[in-house]
Ligand binder design. Structure first.
Ligand SMILES: [Zn+2]
Length: 392
C-alpha cells in the first residue's frame, strides 16, 4: 500500500510504502509547488487520552454495549484519531464496572477496538463536590478515594485502566495515589479545589499530569494563591489542554505552553458523548448537557461551564497552531508523542521501520472567519486502512 502525502515534519512530498503493519520505506517525490500544496499531510496517528464517547453515547453509560463501543471507535478513526483512551467519568460503581467490562468485551470481540484502544482513563469519581471544579460530573456519585473500589474496577477492566484523574484534596488521595502508582497507573490531578499543600502532597505521592488545566475550575478564584498557579509552577506536572477554541482563551493556551514547555503539553479534545448531536438539551443519567448552535457543549441551564467538547483531536492540533503560533510538527507532537511519552508507551514517528499507524489529513481556510480547519482524509492502524480512501 502506498500513501502520497507531505511529511508532517519536513513538509516535503513523499511516497510512503506500507508492508504488513510497518512503514517499509519513504522516498521524496519531486513535484511542482502547486502539486505539493495539493497533497494532504501524513503524521503518526493521533493519540487522545480523554475520549468520553460520541454521537449521543457515553462510555460511562450504564447501558453501554459492545456495538456502541465499536461505532464510537469507527467515528473516531474517521476523524483521524488512531489511538485513544475511552474515558469513564464519575458514576455509580455499577455503571463504572459495567463500562469497563463492556470495553473489555469490545476489545476481545472487535479488532478495530483492540487496535485503537490503548487503555482506559477513569476521570473521577474521587473529585471535588464543588460547583465549577466538578464540571458536569454528577454530585451524587462524587466520593472519597477508595483503593478497594478501584481494584474491583481494574479487575473489570482486565488491568487496562492506565490513567486516573482525581482531586488532590479528595479524602485518602495521597495513600490512594501511592498505591495506584505502584500498579503502574498514571495519576492526573483535575476537577479539584486543592490548596498548594495538597497539590504538593499529591505530586510527591506520584501525580504527573494536570487534567485539562484551566477547565473543571471555579468561575471566580482568589488572584493568588490558587490551584492554577500551583499547577503551572510545578515542573513535575505535565498538562493536558482542551484546545478546541472554546475551553481556553488563546492567551491561557500560550501561558500554559510557556510554563509546561512544548514537551510537556498534551492536546486532548475531551470530546463529549454528545459530540456529533444536533443542538438541544440532552441528559445522560444525571448529567444535563446542552448542545448550542455554535458547537459549544455546556452544563444545561447556564452558559459559563462547558461540558466537554464537540471537537476532535485534529481540530485541537490546528487550533493550537493558530492560537500559539507554533508549527504543525510541534502541535502534532502534542497529540502523538507527548501523550505516549507520559504514558510510557511507544512514540512512533513517520520513518521507515515505524508502525504504520498514521493520520492523513488536509486543512482548509474558512471563508467566513478566516480560520484554518482540519479535514481528515484517511487513517491507518497497524498497516490497515481503517477509514477514508487510500491517497494514491
Ligand atoms: Zn473533565
Amino acid at each position: 500500500m502506498q500513501i502520497r502525502a507531505r511529511h508532517f515534519e519536513t513538509l516535503q512530498p513523499i511516497d510512503l510504502i506500507i508492508e504488513g503493519d510497518t512503514i517499509q520505506s519513504i522516498c521524496t517525490v519531486e513535484c511542482s509547488p502547486d502539486e505539493a500544496a495539493s497533497l494532504p499531510f501524513v503524521c503518526p496517528g493521533f493519540f487522545d487520552i480523554q475520549i468520553n464517547g460520541f454521537g449521543g453515547v457515553w462510555f460511562s453509560s450504564p447501558e453501554l454495549t459492545v456495538d456502541q463501543v465499536s461505532a464510537i471507535t469507527q467515528a473516531l478513526v474517521d476523524r483521524g484519531i488512531a489511538r485513544f483512551f475511552p474515558t469513564l467519568i464519575t458514576a455509580s460503581f455499577e455503571a463504572l464496572q459495567h463500562g469497563f467490562s463492556t470495553l473489555r468485551h469490545a476489545r476481545e470481540a472487535v479488532p478495530l477496538v483492540a487496535a485503537a484502544v490503548e487503555g482506559y482513563h477513569l476521570e473521577g469519581p474521587y473529585i471535588s463536590p464543588d460547583d465549577g471544579p466538578r464540571g458536569a460530573h454528577p454530585l451524587k456519585h462524587v466520593r472519597a478515594a477508595d483503593y478497594e473500589e478501584f481494584s474491583c474496577l481494574q479487575d473489570a477492566a482486565a488491568g487496562q485502566i492506565k490513567l486516573i484523574t482525581l482531586a488532590a484534596e479528595a479524602e485518602n488521595a495521597v495513600p490512594f495515589i501511592r498505591k495506584v502508582r505502584e500498579q503502574g497507573v498514571v495519576v492526573s490531578l483535575g476537577h479539584m479545589a486543592a490548596s498548594a499543600v495538597q497539590i504538593q502532597a499529591a505530586v510527591d505521592a506520584g501525580a504527573t499530569l494536570s487534567t485539562h488545566l484551566g477547565n473543571g475550575a471555579h468561575g471566580i478564584l482568589p488572584r493568588h494563591p490558587n490551584y492554577l498557579w500551583d499547577q503551572l509552577a510545578e515542573d513535575r506536572l505535565s498538562a493536558s489542554v482542551i484546545a478546541d477554541g472554546w475551553h481556553l482563551p488563546e492567551s491561557v493556551l500560550r501561558c500554559i505552553l510557556k510554563c509546561k514547555t512544548l514537551a510537556n503539553t498534551i492536546l486532548t479534545c475531551d470530546v463529549s458523548g454528545f459530540a456529533g448531536c444536533p443542538p438541544g438539551v440532552y441528559a445522560e443519567g444525571d448529567v444535563g448537557v446542552e448542545v448550542l448552535p455554535d458547537g459549544r457543549l455546556v452544563v444545561a441551564g447556564q452558559r459559563q461551564f462547558l461540558a466537554g467538547s464537540g471537537a476532535t483531536t485534529g481540530d485541537c492540533v490546528v487550533h493550537m497552531m493558530q492560537a500559539c503560533g507554533i508549527e504543525l510538527a510541534t502541535a502534532v507532537r502534542m497529540a502523538t508523542t507527548n501523550p505516549a511519552q507520559l504514558m510510557g508507551m511507544e512514540t512512533p514517528t513517520v520513518d521507515a521501520g515505524q508502525p504504520a499507524t498514521l493520520s492523513v489529513f488536509c486543512t482548509s481556510k474558512d471563508l467566513v472567519d478566516g480560520k484554518i480547519r482540519f479535514l481528515p482524509i484517511s487513517t491507518y492502524l497497524q498497516g490497515r486502512l481503517v477509514s477514508g480512501l487510500n491517497t494514491t
